[in-house]
Design a protein around this ligand. Structure first.
Ligand SMILES: NC(=O)c1ccc[n+]([C@@H]2O[C@H](COP(=O)([O-])OP(=O)(O)OC[C@H]3O[C@@H](n4cnc5c(N)ncnc54)[C@H](O)[C@@H]3O)[C@@H](O)[C@H]2O)c1
Ligand SMILES: CC(C)[C@H](C(=O)O)[C@@H](O)C(=O)O
Ligand SMILES: [Mg+2]
Length: 350
């Protein structure tokens, strides 16, 4: 059982160190191999997704990723930017289904940006399409046209791309509370009219799941008005990126939101939903729990080890109950800890 570990940039190596310690403590005979992705890879090889990493990732059963990017690389040509490495590995491994669970742990009720009565018990799953949409549209670029600069990206989806992510979402809803909300912008964008049509066509295959549709601007508003109306949400790449960051704050912090990016066979890349947090990188204060919870998702989805996954999640719940908090979820009366101390607490709880 091989895991390709890609710490990445910024806080990536700091949070990854803790997730790796947790995995090793499980004593499950995983073989961990480290590689370069993002800015770290650009610095070493000039390529954000180098061939060596590609080989490693393809040969592994799962990939665990920290985060990539940072101001150091923002001035580089597009193709060399760290984020291209992330898009590259997602596309290369065919990871079209991105699962982002937003769960509010009761201990963090006061850390949520919403009032406890609106948000307590929140448990939403955002299913984000990950290898299509405007992210991967051709043509794209910045050109000089008619004497001025002209930037363009193209949004596109094929019906088969929509159908396969739709099936993932319907199946997920079927295992949960049987409610699926598909989010689009069909009032303006043809791409998402097709999205709505295909979701509607799939619905008869899942008579036990209640399908609703919502326009993305309303969905963004409803998420902060009454988030518990949602069970599973399914949406395209760009809307899913934005809505999942929004949903993270309902759980207290983006440092709590894990993710799984899966192919058709549950080979997966697991990473926190947040980025490399350049503003706190190197300070040892980042919250490692989203990465540790991503490792739990890896145990569940790729390695089918529900027991180990639950063990890690229970350990996380325990450290929150014990009152340990990194700065992003700190409140008076709790114990403020750094990244490594949080990792220590999870290990002790395991
Ligand atoms: N999956 C990824 O690798 C990924 C995801 C998002 C952004 N990025 C990249 O990261 C860089 C920074 O982006 P950004 O600042 O917009 O978003 P970000 O998610 O890195 O940070 C946003 C805010 O959240 C805080 N934060 C994020 N993770 C945290 C954690 N674990 N603990 C405590 N606080 C945390 C940061 O300190 C910052 O204030 C950019 O280069 C961006 O492209 C990468
Ligand atoms: C860094 C960026 C390419 C990435 C995305 O937009 O998918 C990130 O924001 C995420 O949410 O994983
Ligand atoms: Mg994002």
């Amino acid at each position: 059982m091989k895991i390709c570990v890609l710490p990445g940039d910024g806080i990536g190596p700091e949070i990854m160190a803790e997730a790796v310690r947790v995995i090793q403590a499980l004593d499950l005979k995983f073989e961990l191999e480290e590689g370069l992705l993002g800015g770290a890879a650009v610095d070493a090889t000039g390529d954000p997704y180098p061939e060596a990493t590609r080989k490693l990732a393809r040969a592994a059963d799962a990939v665990l990723l920290g985060a990539v990017g940072g101001p150091k690389w923002d001035g580089l040509p597009r193709e060399q930017r760290p984020e291209r490495g992330l898009l590259g590995i997602r596309k290369d491994l065919g990871l079209f289904a991105n699962l982002r669970p937003a769960i509010l742990y009761p201990e963090l009720a006061n850390a949520s940006t919403l009032k406890p009565e609106v948000v307590s018990g929140l448990d939403i799953l955002i299913v984000r399409e990950l290898t299509g949409d405007i992210y991967f549209g051709q043509p794209r670029g910045i050109e000089n046209r008619d004497g001025e600069r002209y930037g363009f990206n193209t949004m596109h989806y094929t019906e088969s791309e929509i159908r396969r992510i739709g099936r993932v979402a319907f199946e997920a809803a079927r295992k949960r509370n049987k409610r699926l909300c598909s989010v689009d912008k069909m009032n303006v964008l043809e791409t998402t009219q097709l999205w709505r049509d295909v979701m509607t066509e799939l619905a008869p295959e899942y008579p036990d799941v209640e399908l609703t549709h919502m326009l993305v601007d309303n969905a963004a508003m409803q998420l902060v008005r009454a988030p518990k109306q949602f069970d599973v949400m399914v949406t395209g790449n760009m809307f899913g990126d934005i809505l999942s960051d929004e949903a993270s704050m309902l759980t207290g912090s983006i440092g709590m939101l894990p993710s799984a990016s899966l192919d058709a066979n549950n080979k997966g890349l697991y990473e926190p939903s947040h980025g490399s947090a350049p503003d706190i990188a190197g300070k040892g204060v980042a919250n490692p729990l989203a990465t540790i919870l991503s490792a739990a998702m890896m145990l569940r989805y790729t390695f089918n080890n529900e027991v180990a996954a639950a063990r890690v999640e229970t350990a996380v719940k325990k450290v929150l109950a014990q009152g340990y908090r990194t700065g992003d979820i700190y409140e008076p009366g709790t114990t403020k800890v750094g990244t490594k101390q949080m990792g220590d607490a999870v290990l002790a709880a395991l």
